[in-house]
Design a protein around this ligand. Structure first.
Ligand SMILES: Cc1ncc(COP(=O)(O)O)c(C=O)c1O
Length: 368
């Protein structure tokens, strides 16, 4: 297997802990361990007593039980917990695909969703979401992309980097297409529960499609990236078994303290997600004003969910723009070229409390 470098992660490796203002993060505002423990009486004492031996490989039963509350039809045995969503993506692809198989991936996207498969010799076709269609991928096009050797479809909704949220009718049709053709639908739902209008929330794919695998994580909606806890939920026991067998070669089991803290956070997930959604709503209204003030420089399609969007720089080269911006003002944006996207776009993130300050910095830079 030969995997290409993860462009976005390499870029973050260069700037994430040195740039003064991160205006492109996809994770919501975090919490301290103290803040989290304060959510429950007795939690601090329980953490002190928590045993630090190996943990159960699929994830602590009590954590898996808490995760099932996110879904309507999933049992604890149908959940497998990992060190982040990234490990889950890697092992799903390794377990379910082999060289010569065909995979369809919703694009632009988080690079590992297609790159790991490509590195294994899987034939990957990108199902392209186009700006001129408001980032809505075309279902007729998807039907044309399916071949006899197609094994799986990977999608991400709410979407990184555009903030696009599939309408329910498209989501139902997509699940129908996958089911009718016997394809696994891997649905990256790491931004779920961050819909600006709760009525737009889609069901988890695993709850409406017996052939689907849903991906969740602590990092994004709940802002707890440092815990490195993610999971998949599916009714497909044979997929879970194949992945569990491979996990023995990656992390074996998860961090005991992270599992403990994740369980507390998930017991309060509505409160935590609600707080993050409030930060997003406030920051989005600042962005609405910002983009209307700078309509001659940027175009943007307002997102429908999640902490990020993918505006376009009208004139000038986006790589040069982002590079000069971070070097001269300390504000980090992500050029769309990190997604191999040719459209002169950049990713902007707005789920952090210091976003207004970062945006003011950007505006000052533009005005100079
Ligand atoms: C769509 C998507 N999936 C998966 C991940 C991986 O999440 P984690 O870093 O928590 O493993 C990310 C992270 O940015 C993401 O945006």
């Amino acid at each position: 297997m030969q995997i290409q470098p993860f462009k976005l992660e390499r870029y973050f490796a260069k700037y994430e802990f040195s740039a003064r203002y991160l205006l492109c993060s996809s994770d919501c505002e975090s919490l301290s361990v103290g803040d989290l423990l304060a959510l429950e009486p007795g939690a601090e004492e329980a953490l002190r007593r928590h045993w630090l031996g190996y943990t159960e490989s699929p994830g602590a039963p009590s954590l898996r039980k808490e995760i099932t509350r996110i879904y309507t039809s999933i049992t604890p045995e149908e959940v497998l917990v990992f060190s982040g969503a990234e490990e889950a993506i890697f092992l799903f692809i390794l377990a379910e695909l082999k060289a010569g198989d065909h995979l369809i991936v919703h694009w632009p996207c988080y690079q590992s969703l297609f790159e790991v498969a490509k590195g294994m010799g899987v034939d990957v076709t990108l199902w392209v979401a186009r700006e001129e269609n408001g980032w809505q991928p075309d279902l007729d096009e998807l039907k044309r992309l399916v071949r006899p050797e197609t094994r799986a479809i990977i999608i991400n909704t709410p979407h990184n980097p555009t903030g696009y949220l599939m309408p329910r009718s498209d989501f139902d049709e997509l699940n129908r297409i996958a089911l009718e053709r016997g394809l696994v639908l891997f649905c990256d739902e790491v931004y779920r529960e961050l819909e600006y209008d709760p009525a737009d929330r889609l069901p988890a794919a695993c709850d409406v499609n017996p052939g689907a695998v849903s991906l969740g994580v602590m990092s994004k909606t709940y802002g707890l990236a440092g815990l490195r806890i993610g999971w998949i939920a599916t009714h497909r026991a044979e997929i879970l078994n194949r992945i569990a067998t491979l996990k023995d070669y990656t992390t074996i089991c998860n961090s005991a303290t992270s599992e403990f803290l994740s369980e507390i956070a998930l017991r309060h997930r509505e409160e935590i997600a609600g707080r993050n959604l409030q930060i997003i709503r406030q920051n989005l209204s600042l962005l609405d004003d910002f983009f209307s003030r700078h309509a001659n420089r940027f175009e943007w399609i307002r997102p429908k969910a999640g902490p990020i969007a993918f505006p376009k720089l009208i004139a000038g080269d986006i790589d040069v723009f982002c590079d000069e911006l971070v070097n001269e003002s300390g504000v980090l944006l992500l050029p769309g070229t990190l997604y191999d996207h040719p459209g002169n776009h950049f990713r902007i993130g707005f789920a952090r409390k210091n976003m207004p300050e970062a945006l003011a910095r950007l505006e000052k830079y533009l005005d100079n």
